[in-house]
Design a protein around this ligand. Structure first.
Ligand SMILES: CCCCCCCC/C=C\CCCCCCCC(=O)N[C@@H](COP(=O)(O)O)[C@H](O)/C=C/CCCCCCCCCCCCC
Length: 215
C-alpha cells in the first residue's frame, strides 16, 4: 500500500472501505478504517501542496496504525474494540497523562476519529449545499465545530489559511469523479450515515473507557 496516497481519488472506494469497516456485531475493523483514510488522503493530495502539512500528519497517523497491524501483536489490532482492550490490559495507553506511550494505537486512532467527525460535518454540508456555496466556508464551519477544539492556535491558523485555497464546489464535485452533481449528492447520501455510524460506535467505546482526552 506504500505510496497509494499519490494514486487517483475514488469516492466509491472510500465508501466501500467505510462500509467494510463494520463487522456484523458492529466492531470497527482497523484495516478498513485506515484504508478509508488512505483514500481520503488521495483527495487531499490532489488539491495541491498547500494541504501538504495536513496530508503528512494524516499519513503518519495511518502509518502508525498500519505498523501496529503488521506487528507481532497485529491480531490484537484487528478491530478498534480489540485494540482498546489489548492496549488497556497491557498498560500501553497514557491514561494518567504522564507522557508515556506517546504513540499508542488508541491515541493515534483518536486523532483520526476526531477528524472523522469533521469529515461527517463537512460532507453533510457539501451534500445539502447549493451551486454557489463556498467549500471553504463549509470546511471552516465543520472544522470549528469539531477538530478545532483539539488544536492549538498555530494549527488552527494554518488550517484556516489552507481552507482559503480550497477549490469551488463544481471543481470539488469534478475531482470526486462519480458523474453529475446529482450522482455526487446520492453517493454522499450513502457515505454520511455510514461515516456517522463508525464515528458513533468509536465515540461510545472511547467514552466508556475514558479515552476521549488522551494526550
Ligand atoms: C469525499 C471527498 C471530499 C472530502 C475529502 C476530504 C479529504 C480529507 C483528507 C484528510 C483529512 C485530514 C485529516 C487530518 C487529521 C488530523 C489529525 C490531527 O488532529 N492531528 C493534530 C494532532 O496530532 P498530534 O500532534 O496530537 O499527534 C496535528 O497537530 C495536526 C496537524 C495538521 C493540521 C490538521 C488540520 C485538519 C483540518 C481539517 C482537514 C481539512 C482538509 C480540507 C480538504 C477538503
Amino acid at each position: 500500500m506504500a505510496g497509494s496516497e499519490n494514486q487517483k481519488f475514488c469516492l466509491q472506494e472510500v465508501l466501500d472501505s467505510f462500509q467494510l469497516c463494520l463487522s456484523p456485531n458492529k466492531e470497527v475493523y482497523v484495516e478498513h478504517y485506515v484504508a478509508g483514510w488512505r483514500g481520503l488522503v488521495k483527495f487531499l493530495n490532489s488539491l495541491g501542496s498547500v494541504f501538504g502539512f495536513i496530508s503528512k500528519d494524516a499519513v503518519s497517523k495511518i502509518q502508525i496504525l498500519v505498523n501496529f497491524l503488521n506487528s507481532e501483536n497485529g491480531s490484537q489490532y484487528a478491530t478498534v474494540q480489540s485494540m482498546v482492550k489489548f492496549e488497556l490490559d497491557n498498560k500501553l495507553v497514557d491514561v494518567d497523562k504522564k507522557g508515556i506511550c506517546p504513540e499508542s494505537g488508541c491515541r493515534t486512532l483518536l486523532r483520526l476519529h476526531r477528524a472523522l467527525r469533521w469529515l461527517e460535518l463537512f460532507l453533510e454540508r457539501l451534500r445539502t449545499s447549493k451551486e454557489d456555496d463556498k467549500t471553504s466556508v463549509m470546511c471552516r464551519e465543520a472544522y470549528n465545530e469539531s477538530l478545532a477544539q483539539h488544536h492549538p492556535w498555530v494549527v488552527r491558523t494554518a488550517a484556516g489559511m489552507a481552507f482559503f485555497a480550497l477549490p469551488g464546489r463544481p471543481t470539488f464535485f469534478e475531482v470526486m469523479d462519480v458523474g453529475p452533481p446529482e450522482q455526487v449528492v446520492a453517493i454522499l447520501g450513502k457515505a454520511v450515515p455510514l461515516i456517522s455510524e463508525v464515528y458513533l460506535i468509536t465515540e461510545e467505546l472511547y467514552l466508556k473507557h475514558n479515552l476521549l482526552d488522551l494526550p
